[in-house]
Design a protein around this ligand. Structure first.
Ligand SMILES: *[C@@H]1O[C@H](CO)[C@@H](O)[C@H](O)[C@H]1NC(C)=O
Ligand SMILES: *[C@@H]1O[C@H](CO)[C@@H](O)[C@H](O)[C@H]1NC(C)=O
Ligand SMILES: *[C@@H]1O[C@H](CO)[C@@H](O)[C@H](O)[C@H]1NC(C)=O
Ligand SMILES: *[C@@H]1O[C@H](CO)[C@@H](O)[C@H](O)[C@H]1NC(C)=O
Ligand SMILES: *[C@@H]1O[C@H](CO)[C@@H](O)[C@H](O)[C@H]1NC(C)=O
Ligand SMILES: *[C@@H]1O[C@H](CO)[C@@H](O)[C@H](O)[C@H]1NC(C)=O
Ligand SMILES: *[C@@H]1O[C@H](CO)[C@@H](O)[C@H](O)[C@H]1NC(C)=O
Ligand SMILES: *[C@@H]1O[C@H](CO)[C@@H](O)[C@H](O)[C@H]1NC(C)=O
Ligand SMILES: *[C@@H]1O[C@H](CO)[C@@H](O)[C@H](O)[C@H]1NC(C)=O
Ligand SMILES: *[C@@H]1O[C@H](CO)[C@@H](O)[C@H](O)[C@H]1NC(C)=O
Length: 492
């Protein structure tokens, strides 16, 4: 493999263009005025804080230059926030969210975060809210665990994941919400994770690190057109959510030395779209999960109906896209299209182990490009990392129905390693049209064990003999020479 650079530099997406309205429409001014009156009287009636009332003293509303997604638009500075990177703005965020919450729905409210560096401790979102990060707006997470609240472990994990007991909450958090949008003109949420990674490596933390954005038990979630960087732990963690759209995101963390900074971890979620994202992080780019061993089996909520497309991924220490290893609630009906994984250790990795239970079923890849990747497509069935001794080694996951159509690439050492086992055989693999340039000329680079399936059409390098071989017209050319045969070789 070519030299792994430590930078995430690009491989870019189309440059974002801001479209400011040339004039503020009259109707907008009228409706803004009406809303200011209505909401103003609401706040006066509620005898809210001085900060909130000060909002309505303003003469010119500059935030009307930004797009409006809600009838009420608030500006963070009107809640006393100071964007100097040092002043702690937790109360400003909390008061603004409380103001939106007190609207009681009715279309909800938008909180504009202007240009500046807004230091804050973790805060919660509310339903029917849009958090809008203007160009040059940076929300900074405070580097002091005293300010990070502890939350109970996730029920499907039983543990904090790194430590027993509770875990730190996320910088931006939400539970039991509906209709939440986090968007902007590519403003940034920065977890300042360096401090957390250092503490983690020195074993100075007693609890599991917090994600950057975690939304739990919620529906109607959109996160779009922002940058998220240097999360203490996983970056975006939607947990047991329905109807989630993630689009136009740049997710960054150092590719080395930033432990567990996964990009996006859909966890027991359904009806989710991830598209047009650039992700370059210190662990898996995207990792689809659904709980851990006996806790995940008991919780029993799969990740299902997930569509991922037009995503560029890089992970120097793990995989561009993975499923598992926590998949005990099951993972099914995942469609993944137009994916580029570059300068990474693994391209795609499905990982599980005895004890997980659950299933990985109906996973369909189309148009996958691997550029300078050590191992391209991996199934690993002995990822033995368990929460405690209480797991049942007899709970065996089922892996079936994995299809890969159109796999291209260059600079790949081992294009395919499908490592099933006697306990966890891999069934229903379908591979059609593959042409991957190799960085090593060696035998056994298409590795299989306990695999049942078909290789169809033009396939380079030559597929393992475990698979039935079909020609481009779908005619059987050669039957499998033995599905259980093994030529797995981890030496390269
Ligand atoms: C958003 O900002 C990030 C970080 O500066 C940058 O890498 C990315 O290209 C920007 N995205 C767009 C669409 O301009
Ligand atoms: C918010 O208010 C500040 C200070 O009044 C102003 O400079 C800024 O333009 C406003 N920002 C937005 C996003 O409305
Ligand atoms: C944020 O939400 C969590 C979970 O619902 C809750 O435990 C915590 O008290 C909330 N924090 C604040 C400041 O409201
Ligand atoms: C963290 O915050 C607490 C409470 O404000 C303070 O006593 C402590 O000194 C801070 N720690 C660091 C490392 O800044
Ligand atoms: C971790 O626990 C030890 C022992 O109880 C305590 O001394 C230390 O302050 C704790 N550290 C943190 C970061 O909570
Ligand atoms: C999904 O959420 C979006 C954003 O909140 C909403 O507009 C849409 O109606 C929801 N779709 C369904 C099927 O609930
Ligand atoms: C993201 O930004 C693009 C380019 O400005 C815009 O066309 C699109 O509507 C935005 N999408 C969302 C979901 O905010
Ligand atoms: C599978 O997921 C897709 C979204 O990716 C959805 O449109 C489709 O209805 C799902 N199929 C089933 C059988 O649920
Ligand atoms: C395949 O995916 C790449 C991005 O990895 C994209 O540039 C290309 O247009 C896609 N091809 C098709 C036919 O969609
Ligand atoms: C291959 O392995 C499967 C799964 O362990 C087993 O059921 C089957 O009997 C084996 N087949 C042969 C021919 O050994």
């Amino acid at each position: 493999m070519a030299e792994i650079s430590s930078a995430c530099t690009h491989l870019q997406f189309p440059v974002y263009r801001r479209c400011l309205p040339s004039a503020i429409p009259y109707t907008l001014i009228v409706s803004t005025g009406t809303w200011i009156l209505v909401i103003g009287s609401l706040f006066v009636w509620q005898n809210s804080s001085v900060d909130v009332i000060r909002l309505f003293d303003r003469t010119a509303p500059p935030e009307s230059m930004l797009p409006r997604y809600r009838p009420v638009v608030l500006n963070l500075t009107d809640f006393g926030a100071v964007g100097d990177g040092r002043t702690l703005n937790t109360e400003a965020f909390e008061s603004a969210v409380a103001a939106i919450s007190s609207l009681g729905g009715k279309g909800g409210g938008q909180l504009n975060v202007p240009q500046g560096r807004w230091l804050t401790a973790p805060f919660n979102l509310t339903s029917h809210m849009t958090l809008f990060l203007a160009e040059g707006a940076v929300i900074l997470g405070i580097q002091n665990e005293t300010y990070w609240p502890l939350l109970p472990p996730l029920p499907s994990y039983g543990y904090g994941r790194e430590h027993k007991g509770p875990r730190y909450g996320s910088l931006i958090h939400g539970q039991h919400l509906k209709d939440v949008i986090i968007t902007g003109h590519n403003g940034t949420i920065n977890g300042q994770g360096q401090w957390w990674w250092m503490k983690y490596k020195k074993k100075l933390l007693n609890y599991t690190r917090g994600p950057l954005v975690q939304i739990m038990w919620s529906s109607g979630i959109v996160i779009s057109n922002i940058t998220l960087r240097d999360s203490p732990f996983w970056t975006i963690h939607p947990y047991d959510c329905n109807n989630v759209t993630l689009t136009g995101l740049t997710i960054l963390a150092p590719v080395n030395g930033a432990p567990n900074t996964d990009g996006i971890d859909p966890d027991s979620c359904q009806n989710m779209v991830i598209e047009n994202c650039f992700i370059c992080v210190g662990d898996d780019g995207i990792a689809i999960k659904s709980g851990w061993d006996q806790y995940g089996i008991a919780y029993g909520r799969p990740s299902t109906n997930i569509f991922i497309r037009n995503v560029i991924l890089r992970s120097a220490v793990s995989a561009g896209l993975s499923i598992g290893s926590e998949m005990s609630g099951g993972v099914s009906n995942i469609t993944i299209e137009n994916i580029l994984v570059w300068e990474s250790r693994r391209g795609i990795r499905i990982k599980t182990a005895p004890g997980r239970g659950g299933f990985v079923r109906g996973i369909s890849f189309r148009n996958l490009t691997l550029d300078n990747v050590r191992v391209g497509i991996v199934v690993k069935t002995d990822y033995n990392e368990h929460p405690d001794a209480g797991y049942d080694p007899g709970s065996l996951p089922v892996i079936e129905g994995l299809s890969f159509v159109g796999v291209r690439g260059r600079g790949v050492r081992v294009p395919v390693r499908l490592h099933g086992s006697g306990e966890i055989p891999v069934r229903g693999v379908m591979l059609r049209d593959m042409s991957v340039g190799l960085s090593y000329k060696r035998k056994n680079i298409f590795q299989c064990a306990f695999v049942e399936g078909r290789a169809i059409g033009s396939i380079f390098p030559e597929p393992c003999l475990n698979l039935d071989r079909y020609d481009v017209h779908g005619r059987l050319v050669r039957r499998s020479a033995g599905q259980n045969a093994t030529n797995i070789d981890y030496s390269y």
